[in-house]
Design a protein around this ligand. Structure first.
Ligand code: SF4
Length: 342
């Protein structure tokens, strides 16, 4: 019989487990401590629970941690891990060291429904939502777990399309009974799902990154089909209406494509639509993927674009391209793994 995984359960869910097997409520807090504050791999190691309790717990449950199945390392120190999920699917998780920071980039779904045409994961199609266990196992089972300082939900999948599991993972990361991380160390990205943004802003205090890639609806529609039902203006209206405290950061991700979204017209329109929103733009130079008709802009054009936006009063940074030599663009490694002959 397949056992249920304890790792990835919230305190309330652990209370329900304790109740189900006849343990007192405080046992749930003890189990949470073992799961999220100590480095154990098995129920047997939960030594402040009696032997009998551990036996009862082990009948139907297991801790449920599992290591990555593969890793590739870039010359710049970025590592890309491959985890097996949902029985026979693969997801990617990146470890990105940068001076004192060490960021983990996690996946929230296997494949993705959103179909952004510049993205390898989009080309895989949707294969399933990750459970909270599968989201957080990427973090906990990463060999660099103890060094991690920041976490971004920018790997495979659209996090707000799997919002329940993502919110539960954020609860575990930021609760005092969980990992106790500050929400300001965590950023969740989205293509701009309206209902999801509303719920995420209301239920979490983590940073939000919206993938923008063009200020023009028609152009954005060609890059990101989701624009048909979730327009830029609607996304910006929600952000304007929501009271964003000073601790929280709203950013817009902007993949720069040569000759497509890098013109003075784009700069002018970005300045117009973002007027009055306290935010920043992160520019990412397009990473070439197989079969894409796009080109990466050169560095000088990217810097000019950034400076022009800064001159318009929009705080803009260029996100360094990391791990290019290990195919770090999201979805490439798992696509290769999935297509390997059995
Ligand atoms: S860019 Fe993100 S949302 Fe778009 S298809 Fe890729 S994984 Fe999905």
């Amino acid at each position: 019989m397949l056992k249920e995984r304890l790792y990835g359960k919230t305190l309330n869910e652990l209370i329900a487990v304790a109740k189900r097997i006849g343990l007192p409520g405080f046992a749930a807090k003890q189990i949470a401590d073992w799961l999220y504050k100590k480095e154990i791999q098995s129920i047997e190691e939960m030594t402040n629970l009696s032997k009998k309790t551990r036996e009862i717990l082990s009948t139907d449950y297991e801790v449920g941690l599992y290591p990555p199945v593969n890793v590739s390392e870039s010359s710049d120190g970025t590592r890309k891990y491959l985890y097996k999920v949902l029985k026979d699917k693969y997801i990617e998780t990146a470890y990105i060291p940068d001076n004192e920071r060490a960021t983990i980039c996690v996946s929230s779904q296997a494949g993705c429904k959103m179909g952004c045409i510049f993205c390898m994961t989009g080309k895989q199609g949707f294969q399933g939502n990750l459970s909270t266990n599968e989201i957080l196992n990427q973090f906990r089972s990463m060999p660099e777990f103890l060094n991690l300082t920041n976490m971004v939900y920018m790997g495979m999948g659209e996090p707000l399309d799997n919002l329940n599991e993502v919110l539960k993972s954020l609860e575990i990361l930021t609760s005092e009974w969980g990992y106790g991380w500050s929400p300001t160390r965590i950023t969740v990205s989205t293509v701009g799902l309206i209902a999801g943004i509303k719920e995420f802003l209301a239920k979490s205090r983590c940073h939000l990154a919206v993938s923008l890639h063009s200020p023009f609806d028609e152009e954005r529609k060609k890059l990101m089909p989701i624009q048909r039902t979730n327009t830029v203006e609607e996304v910006l209206d929600i952000i304007r209406e929501f009271e964003i405290n000073n601790q929280r950061r709203i950013s817009f991700e902007y993949i720069l494509f040569k000759g497509l979204n890098d013109t003075p017209r784009h700069i002018k329109e970005l300045a117009r639509i973002l007027n009055g929103i306290k935010c920043r733009i992160n520019i990412i130079r397009f990473h070439q993927i197989p079969g894409a008709q796009f080109q990466s802009p050169d560095l000088s054009a990217t810097i000019s674009f950034k400076e022009a936006l800064n001159a318009k009063g929009i705080l803009t940074t260029i996100r360094a391209s990391r791990g290019v030599d290990i195919q770090a663009a999201c979805g490439l490694l798992s696509t290769i793994e999935q297509n390997k002959p059995v």
